[in-house]
Design a protein around this ligand. Structure first.
Ligand code: SAH
Ligand code: SF4
Length: 368
């Protein structure tokens, strides 16, 4: 488990540049970073004694100053369709969730970026539970490390079972920009997990300044949680729209696509019965996306207690999809996976003590 009070440096917090700097700072060759990263991310070794190509003296020294802390797996649930959900403890009060979704041609890991979420989209279970804190780099990359370990990646030939990573778990990744970016670097670094950049997708509800920052810093795939084609409706479903309305969001998307040779952006659209599922809305959606290289993912709403929304009938979703396809957009309806273990989109809740509640608890316990 992560121990924030410990003075030692947690090496899972460092991307390659930071690790090289660490060694330069102790008058060692920066090449040590490459040696250690290979142990950590290629061989799954997380103790200094196991890093046998380092001198005994250096190992002795590092044992005093560094540590390799990861979240702790609390439960592992396996769905009848093969989806696996892990509940991971990140501190003594909070747990997050990650989900592995196997498909015939790929294996996708859905990871979290924050404990809870502050943005409170009206149809999202994560949003309903409030926000506690950002995840650290170690807590983000740790989700991929632990899933790989559980799936046997470090054994033998490093057979890649996780081929894609999507930041579509708990939290808004662009509101935890620096840690998310460092973790993305570790995912795509050849000394890290060496995933192709296009196979790493960040999903955002539309934090416009973050989209510009990401465009300048990385060329991973981008997904936008659009969910409504008009500001009037999006203001209600995705409240951050009141700050960054659709016109500004689309300008940021256009810039992102232009920075990345016109690669398409995925637009996610949760289908809510009688709210955003009409034929008229489908036509408005086409108009809204005009000029942007776009793919559309329709996500049938995944219910949770007290949400107040229902999933439209399949015929309604198909009619909506066909209008988009006829307008020339590649559109898929996302299959619901792992719903028997509450692992589907928007159902990830972990165990979050929202900040207000946490402060109250600390006050009661006389800790502040
Ligand atoms: N905060 C980021 C990433 C996490 S949410 C974002 O909003 O993009 C991942 C996706 O699941 C988003 O598109 C989100 O809108 C969608 N989602 C949330 N709740 C859902 C629900 N109950 N049913 C279906 N999709 C949902
Ligand atoms: Fe947060 Fe995304 Fe859920 Fe909205 S949909 S509350 S941004 S996690």
């Amino acid at each position: 488990m992560l121990e924030p009070d410990n003075d030692q440096v947690n090496f899972f917090e460092l991307n390659q540049a930071a690790m090289r700097e660490y060694f330069t700072g102790m008058a060692e060759s920066p090449f040590r970073a490459a040696q250690i990263m290979k142990w950590m991310y290629h061989s799954g070794v997380t103790n200094v004694d196991g890093m046998t190509n380092l001198s005994k003296v250096l190992r002795q020294q590092l044992k005093q100053t560094i540590r390799f802390d990861l979240p702790e797996i609390v439960t592992e649930q396996i769905s009848t369709d093969g989806t696996i959900k892990w509940l991971l403890r990140v501190d003594d009060r909070n747990c997050i969730e990650s989900v592995f979704i196997p498909e015939p041609d790929r294996g996708t890991l859905c990871i979290s970026s924050q404990v809870g979420c502050a943005l409170d989209c009206s149809f999202c279970a994560t949003g309903k539970q409030g926000f506690n804190r950002n995840l650290s780099v170690a807590e983000i990359i740790g989700q991929l490390w632990l899933a790989n370990q559980r799936l046997g990646y470090f054994e033998g030939e490093r057979r890649r079972i996780i081929t894609n990573v999507v930041m579509m778990g708990m939290g808004e990744p662009l509101l935890n920009f620096d840690n998310v970016l460092a973790a993305i670097e570790l995912m795509t670094d050849d000394l890290g997990f060496n995933l192709a950049r296009k196979r790493v997708t960040l999903s955002t509800s539309g934090v416009v300044p973050g989209i510009y920052k990401l465009a300048a810093a990385s060329n991973i795939s981008l997904a936008i949680s659009l969910h409504a084609p008009t500001d009037a409706l999006r203001d209600i479903l995705v409240p951050i729209n009141r700050k960054y309305p659709i016109r500004e969001l689309m300008a940021a998307c256009k810039n992102y696509a232009e920075q990345h040779r016109g690669d398409s952006i995925t637009f996610e659209y949760v289908m809510l019965q009688d709210v955003n599922d009409s034929a008229e809305m489908a036509r408005q959606l086409c108009a809204c996306l005009r000029g942007i290289p776009a793919k559309i993912n329709l996500i049938p709403f995944n219910p949770f207690p007290g949400s107040g929304y229902t999933r439209p009938a399949m015929v309604t979703i198909d009619r909506f999809r066909d209008i988009l396809i006829d307008a020339g957009y590649i559109t898929i309806t996302r299959k619901t996976r792992g719903d028997d273990i509450d692992a589907a989109c928007g159902q990830l809740v972990g165990q979050v003590l929202p900040r207000a509640q946490r402060l109250q608890k600390q006050l009661l316990e006389n800790r502040v």
